[in-house]
Design a protein around this ligand. Structure first.
Ligand SMILES: Nc1ncnc2c1ncn2[C@@H]1O[C@H](COP(=O)(O)OP(=O)(O)OP(=O)(O)O)[C@@H](O)[C@H]1O
Ligand SMILES: [Mg+2]
Length: 506
């Protein structure tokens, strides 16, 4: 019996040796407890370059780079293997000829019957080529990304230039015509209207661009989307005409969310107009709301589904890009979905679009759930348009300052103006004012800096800031500041000043 089992084990050892010797892709060898090489297989010989007699008895730290050896990496590897039962890593190793290879290495401790450490089993694989291929792939990807980015930037710049040129042509042309002395009143009015209308279009355009870049100044309110959609239904039906049937499918017990109502309406309208364009022969458009619990959190979802022409894969992949449009010149700007995308992201949610050619398109907007009370509707009675009092206007741009002076005077205010924050502070020392109205971005002292100094030196004096961006105001928004988005008109300016003055009276 005993002989038989010894025979068996002998055959087992032979087989095992055959196996180890057959493996040429892996270096399979043993180390003694101190890290000296005890066995060596053909795989190890093949890619480390040493014959067994050259390496057996040498310390395995020889395979490491000088830096790793100096840093004590080989000793640490053995220690980790001994204490934790395994060591695994990727790193540089050195071949006999001095060249480097990138390997994946595993070290397992070998223990005797009593649990004492006898040595280590080491398995190493040369993965230099795989690593190089991976790096090359990453480099190719980065290059592609860079060129796509440049192409997208080119389209974006071209789009903006094109649209602004058109708008400027109208403004410039109208202004030239207005110069004529003999212009009949009716024509004068028409050119002025054209200028105002065009400027409004320009500001819609910059609004959409800011929305896409997620820098739109948002005034979020806690809202019930069901109520918003219900209220918006009329506008939608009027926009879409009678050939498109609008259905609202509103989920009961919908969660609250926090959004800027104007941006939300713009998004809904953009989606509705896209649907209308996709259904030239009519169809149906459904607005569905639902609660959506996801790994990232709870969201309220609006799904807008049309039965239109849908779009092919290559269009679908690009629809959120600014200025990407398939519509003829003059019909589409390619900013509708960009606005939706930016608005959803800036609100803490996201947007996605699904489409089947010939069947229709479904756009989903996810907005984060909030557990707050609904914001009460602002009452209109708080918005007197005629003002009274002294406004200190601070604006570094001569044209804007000139314009704002007129606007303020028209609103009934007495105006003092300063071209910089420093000038404003000097004026405040001599003059009594009721409210400071300042631009945010100015060289030297910014509007926010000015507001801080005013709050310190003249507590209770209200400050209204005007800005084209949202980021700049984040810091100051915490305080009692009234913030106005640029471009502003008489109505919004009047309302902001009235609110600021009202705050002080309380
Ligand atoms: N509901 C839809 N069905 C089919 N195609 C759509 C739909 N919505 C968007 N698209 C496609 O996506 C493109 C981009 O849409 P987006 O709203 O961003 O720009 P636009 O509608 O072309 O122009 P704009 O909205 O600025 O007037 C459209 O030109 C159209 O090809
Ligand atoms: Mg559109």
């Amino acid at each position: 019996m005993a002989d038989h089992s010894r025979f068996q084990s002998h055959v087992g050892e032979q087989r095992f040796e055959l196996l180890v010797n057959a493996v040429t892709d892996y270096a399979l060898y043993m180390l003694d407890a101190e890290g000296y090489v005890a066995t060596w297989n053909p795989g190890a010989r093949r890619f480390k370059g040493y014959e067994p007699e050259e390496i057996i008895g040498r310390h395995f730290s020889q395979f490491f780079t000088d830096e790793d050896r100096a840093a004590g990496v080989p000793q640490r590897a053995l220690k980790t293997a001994a204490t934790e039962g395994k060591f695994e890593c990727e790193g540089w190793r050195v071949r006999k000829d001095g060249t480097r290879m990138w390997v994946h290495a595993v070290i397992d401790p070998i223990r005797g019957d009593e649990g004492e450490l006898i040595g280590f089993a080491k398995i190493t694989r040369d993965i230099t080529e795989r690593r190089n291929a991976h790096i090359e792939l990453e480099e190719a990807r980065a290059a592609l990304f860079q060129s796509q980015k440049l192409q997208a930037l080119g389209e974006l710049t071209g789009g903006i230039a094109h649209d602004f040129n058109n708008l400027m042509t109208v403004i410039r042309g109208s202004a030239d015509l207005l110069r004529r002395d003999d212009l009949p009143e009716e024509k004068r009015r028409r050119y002025l209207d054209a200028i105002v209308e065009t400027a409004d279009r320009a500001s819609t355009l910059t609004g959409q661009l800011l929305a896409f870049s997620r820098r739109q100044k948002l005034n979020p309110e806690v809202a019930d989307l069901n109520m918003r959609l219900d209220a918006f239904g009329d506008v939608l039906e009027r926009t879409l005409g009678s050939r498109i049937a609008v259905t609202l499918d509103l989920a009961p017990s919908l969660w609250m969310t926090e959004v800027d109502p104007t941006q939300l309406e713009t998004a809904l309208l953009n989606a509705a107009i896209n649907a209308r364009d996709a259904m030239p022969d009519g169809g149906s458009l459904t607005f569905r709301t639902c609660n959506a619990s996801e790994a990232e959190g709870d969201f309220v979802c609006i799904e807008i589904t049309d039965t239109g022409e849908g779009m092919p894969e290559e269009v679908l992949g690009r629809v959120f890009e600014p200025f990407f449009t398939t519509k003829p010149v003059g019909k589409g700007t390619g900013l509708g979905l960009s606005q939706i995308h930016g608005f959803a992201a800036q609100s803490g949610g996201r947007s996605e679009i699904h489409s089947v050619p010939g069947e229709g398109t479904s756009l989903r907007i996810f907005l984060p759930r909030v557990e707050k009370e609904m914001t009460p509707a602002t009452s209109e009675s708080h918005r007197p348009t005629r003002g009274e009092g002294r406004v200190l206007l601070v604006e570094d741009n001569d044209h804007v300052r000139d314009f704002a002076e007129h606007l303020l005077a028209d609103l009934g205010y007495e105006v003092l103006s300063a071209a910089s924050g420093e000038e404003a502070l000097a004026l405040l020392e001599k003059e009594r004012v009721d409210v400071v109205f300042s631009d945010v971005v100015m060289p030297e002292l910014s509007g926010l800096g000015l507001a801080r100094i005013v709050a310190e030196r003249y507590p209770g004096l209200p400050v209204v800031l005007a800005t084209g961006y949202s980021e700049e105001i984040v810091e100051g928004a915490a305080g009692e500041l009234e913030i106005l988005s640029k471009p502003y008109g008489a109505e919004t300016l009047g309302a902001a000043l009235a609110r600021a003055l009202g705050v002080r009276d309380e």
